[in-house]
Design a protein around this ligand. Structure first.
Ligand SMILES: *Cc1c(COP(=O)(O)O)cnc(C)c1O
Length: 414
């Protein structure tokens, strides 16, 4: 469900014609739909109404300040993974008591800043990290709330690069060590272990691995709470899959139907951290065909966006549907859709059956709202794209395209 639709063969975002945006702002261009973005936050909120969870949108999926502000204004908290994301979260106006902070590699200065800003929780990923947070909290004379991130060792059946809840992954703490840490209790005088956190991976289509992981941690919480701990919060992470092609991922309602009965009556306050589910289908990337190149073996459609603008195909072999913005082509062809970057891994699609396009045609790379711009780089000294947010028949530029000067801003000629 999203608000990118064709009217008379022309692609619109809500009530704004994509070609009109391109005339003003050019390509490559990320376009986001306000209603789709907010709609997906509300889908989760409504599906889980009985639990009244704190939804902390995962900033890394799409960290544009305007995107964050839209979600914050609708009551969302934020899940962050770095000091930079904390800076963004606060700039966008997120109340500190709605910020949770995960990462296996938090530095002293990041920890100190987060303590001073009084975030809700650190999601702690190891014993040495916990000891370090305790040391810094003591120095600042503060008591700090943490949740232990448990690695529940479940198989989420997703791309192995985006699996995070198996014991071979670097994330979280296994049950035995978590219990040992909790039993150390008072050793960490400036820390209150108030929550348990899990996040088992991304683009997970089925509820089974979530159910398995949640059952495991609930059992764990019950056991430790019957002794000496006071776990009040359970953060069940993000990871909900979306439709890129013809997948049939669980809907928010399907997911809730499986999860809510497990958690209702647990007495725990629930936190969720959806990223892709909220942002993924809310954005597309528009690119222009530069050349159509025929070689003895293949057709290449060379476009003005590359792996620096959208790395998911190159990094994960990810599939994105690609549509012609004005559906005028007669006939179809098979082609690789590639960018201008000097890497053979620089492609948006491989061996794709697509409309017979020509120079100057516009293409829309669909479902690019999550892990799109947020993973963009300046590789090949390319200018990162502009971003636009559309609401009904209005649009706002929410990030200017990079300029050449931006490329060298921090550099020093010796
Ligand atoms: C990336 C991440 C998320 C969001 O994952 P999605 O698959 O985008 O929902 C949530 N929690 C943590 C800790 C993460 O690292």
């Amino acid at each position: 469900m999203h608000e990118f639709k064709f009217k008379n063969k022309r692609l619109f975002c809500e009530d704004v014609r994509i070609e009109d945006l391109v005339k003003k702002i050019n390509t490559p261009l990320y376009v986001y739909s306000y209603n789709t973005l907010v709609g997906h936050l509300l889908k989760i909120k409504n599906a889980f109404k009985q639990l009244n969870p704190l939804i902390c949108y995962s900033v890394k999926a799409n960290s544009n300040l305007s995107i964050l502000k839209v979600l914050i204004d609708k009551g969302s908290g934020l899940d962050i993974v770095s000091g930079g994301e904390l800076f963004r979260a606060l700039k966008a106006g997120c109340p500190a008591e709605k910020i949770v902070y995960a990462s296996v590699g938090k530095t002293d200065s990041e920890i100190e800043l987060a303590i001073k800003k009084k975030i809700l929780f650190f999601n702690v990923e190891s014993l040495p990290e916990l000891a370090n947070i305790n040391r810094i909290a003591r120095k600042l004379k503060k008591k700090v709330n943490v949740a232990l991130r448990i690695n529940p060792d479940v198989e989420p059946k997703t791309h192995h690069f985006i699996t995070t809840g198996k014991l071979t992954n670097k994330f979280g703490i296994d049950f035995d060590n978590a219990e040992k840490i909790i039993n150390l209790g008072s050793v960490f005088s400036n820390i209150l272990i108030k929550g348990i956190h899990i996040h088992i991976g991304s683009q997970i289509a089925q509820s089974k691995p979530f159910v398995e992981a949640i059952k495991k941690v609930l059992k764990f919480i019950k056991r430790i709470n019957s002794r000496n701990s006071e776990i009040e919060y359970l953060n069940i992470g993000g990871g909900l899959g979306i439709i890129y092609d013809n997948e049939t991922p669980q809907t928010a309602a399907d997911y809730a139907k499986k999860i809510v009965p497990l958690l209702k009556g647990s007495g725990l306050k629930i936190i969720m951290e959806p990223g892709r589910f909220i942002a993924g289908n809310s954005g597309i990337m528009i690119t222009k065909v530069l050349y159509v190149k025929k070689t003895p073996l293949k057709n290449f459609v060379i476009v003005d966006a590359g792996m620096n603008d959208l790395i998911r195909p190159a990094l994960y072999g990810a599939y994105h549907k690609i549509e012609q913005v004005h559906k005028i082509a007669k006939g179809r062809m098979k082609a690789d859709i590639v960018g201008p970057i000097c890497e053979s891994g620089d492609f948006l699609a491989k061996e794709r059956m697509m409309p017979k396009v020509k120079e100057g045609d516009l293409l829309a790379v669909m479902s690019a709202g999550a892990y799109g711009f947020s993973m963009a780089s300046n590789y090949n000294s390319r200018l990162r794209p502009a971003e636009v947010l559309v609401k009904k028949n209005k649009y706002r530029l929410i990030r200017k395209r990079d300029k050449y000067e931006d490329l060298i801003r921090q550099e020093i000629i010796c």
